[in-house]
Design a protein around this ligand. Structure first.
Ligand code: GDG
Length: 501
């Protein structure tokens, strides 16, 4: 009970490696995803903890140290590991979170699978997370909970520790009431979130959707709004609200602050990698492999929300429509499965393989394959070199909370060239108005955007990239961290303008 800051995130913040029968905790330096960003907070707070789960065969006697003390380049911190059985992990994460919540959060009602959900197990696991956080938190500490698989933690934690400040951040979109209310546990989830002091989102629209869900269940009266800062909604932004709700006043006097702070990438780290001799070597090699033609790049997890199949179909239509591009354009489609054990992703993997195979069969030759489909993780250093070599980053998710890949691509383009084609339904479309926006649900819009990107003159490419680089540099991971710390710290809670910045 000594940490001023407790981060509750389902994954552990390091890699465990067995060396001579002993477990070593290795820092994972990769900037991918959110873990390093969260760890950067440990340098700013003296006593900090992280709560995560770890699989154990027997949870009463897990066979591992429940609490470990880590010291790495991010600082000193404690990690509290919740022992969960394989069945608990599968039920709370793979089934309830991924088969029931994930489709609803991303607007895919038809993929929503209610039947296998075991709600008592979801409650039990969330309760265990809340207990572990309560055990770590000092009096009046800030506890920061991440993502929908821990939706019930704020409510439980409030019961266990009325003294702590609780912030909950959503990395996914937050859907409107008509979509969210499909979840039969909607009342319990909303009530838990309303027990927090801060509920955080990437973009204004998600905060507004959250308010619509709250309103569908509670009479919360007037919800104040402020104008969204100009640098958040840039010119050309797709589908952004210009005002944002700031706080919800509950009838018992409790105030829930709504924080809108888009996650950024570590621009300095990526820039450093992009400037290194090793990356220059790799980029030279890749450029030689690509030859004179145009190179399109797509990177994302294998997930129906990422729109991989629609994009490959758009590439097939491009080759049908434009014989001038035969043997002149290639697509590198990196689609990595987050978890091969999850059967829900099998059909999409098969579909990608089928379309890519067909395109290569129709338009390829022995020496030239228009699509390279990579289904294994590419080392980040190589990814940065590919970002540099590509003419177009083609990022067209059907729904995406933010999308960090497009921001990584922009950060890697020290040469100021390259085109970003971006889905209007990625959260990043709010900040990145200078991208070529497209609607991945429309074949015509997808065809138009890719033609525009491939044929774009250099001066226009550079003008757009300049704006994109400025936007990404402004709201990088440090900006997000500073905003979030301000929201977590009680002294800023009286200031409404801070809640929307
Ligand atoms: C969730 C939300 C939100 C991908 N392939 C490889 C690889 N990656 C890395 C990318 C990037 C990360 O994975 C993916 O981040 P995204 O933001 O695109 O997507 P999600 O994993 O769905 O994350 C999302 C995010 O949370 C943060 O709030 O933006 O909307 O869904 O960093 O580089 N990395 C390597 N090899 C690969 O092959 N090394």
């Amino acid at each position: 009970m000594s940490s001023e800051l407790v981060i509750v995130y389902h994954r552990q913040p390091y890699e465990e490696v067995e060396v001579d029968g002993r477990i070593e905790y290795r820092e994972n330096k990769s900037p991918n995803g959110i873990v390093p960003t969260l760890k950067s907070f440990f340098g700013k707070v003296k006593n900090a903890s992280w709560v995560a789960w770890k699989e154990a065969e027997d949870t009463s006697n897990p066979g591992f140290d429940r609490v470990v003390h880590i010291e790495d380049s991010f600082g000193k911190y404690t990690v509290s590991r919740l022992p969960l059985t394989k069945e608990q992990v599968s039920s709370f994460y793979h089934v309830t979170s991924k088969e029931a919540f994930w489709p609803i959060l991303h607007g895919f009602k038809e993929k929503y699978n209610y039947d296998p959900v075991d709600w008592p197990t979801f409650r039990e696991v969330n309760w265990a997370f809340a207990e572990a956080a309560a055990a770590e938190a000092a009096q009046g500490a800030s506890v920061w909970v991440h993502d929908y698989n821990l939706w019930l933690v704020p409510g439980y934690l409030r019961q266990l520790r009325p003294d702590v400040r609780i912030s909950f951040y959503h990395h996914t979109p937050f859907p409107s009431a008509d979509m969210f209310n499909v979840l039969p546990w909607r009342g319990e989830i909303i009530d838990s979130l309303l027990a927090a002091d801060v509920v955080g989102f990437h973009i204004p629209r998600y905060a507004a959707n959250f308010v619509s869900c709250v309103r569908s269940q509670h009479d919360v009266g007037n919800v104040p709004r402020v104008r969204v800062p100009d640098d958040l909604v840039t010119e050309g932004s797709a589908l952004s609200d210009r005002t944002v709700p700031t706080e919800i006043h509950m009838s018992d006097g409790h105030v829930v602050h709504l924080g809108v702070t888009p996650v950024g990438v570590d621009v300095d780290y990526i820039d450093g990698l992009a400037a290194s001799d090793e990356t220059a070597e790799l980029a030279k090699r890749f450029r030689a492999e690509v030859g004179d033609g145009k190179m399109l790049l797509s990177v994302g997890r294998t997930d129906y929300t990422k729109g991989g199949a629609d994009q490959l179909l758009a590439f097939e239509r491009l080759l049908e429509r434009r014989p001038d591009l035969h043997e002149q354009v290639r697509l590198l489609h990196v689609s990595v499965s987050a978890n091969r054990a999850m059967t829900v992703y099998e059909p999409i993997q098969k579909e990608l393989e089928e379309i890519a195979g067909r395109i290569n069969g129709r338009f390829g030759s022995f020496s030239f394959q228009p699509v390279a489909l990579i289904s294994r993780a590419v080392p980040f250093e190589e990814l940065v070199a590919w970002y540099q070599v590509s003419d177009v980053a083609w990022i067209t998710p059907l729904a995406d909370g933010m999308n960090l890949v497009c921001k990584e691509f922009i950060s890697a383009r020290r040469d100021g060239d390259g085109v970003l084609v971006l889905s209007e339904f990625a959260g990043a479309a709010v900040e990145l108005g200078a991208a070529v926006m497209t609607n991945p649900f429309s074949s015509r819009a997808m065809d138009h955007a890719i033609d525009l990107a491939i044929d774009m003159p250099e001066d226009e490419r550079r003008a757009r990239m300049k704006l994109l680089r400025a936007a990404v540099a402004k709201r990088d991971t440090h900006h997000w961290a500073a905003d979030q710390l301000a929201l977590l710290s009680p002294k800023d809670f009286g200031d409404d303008s801070g809640a929307a910045a």
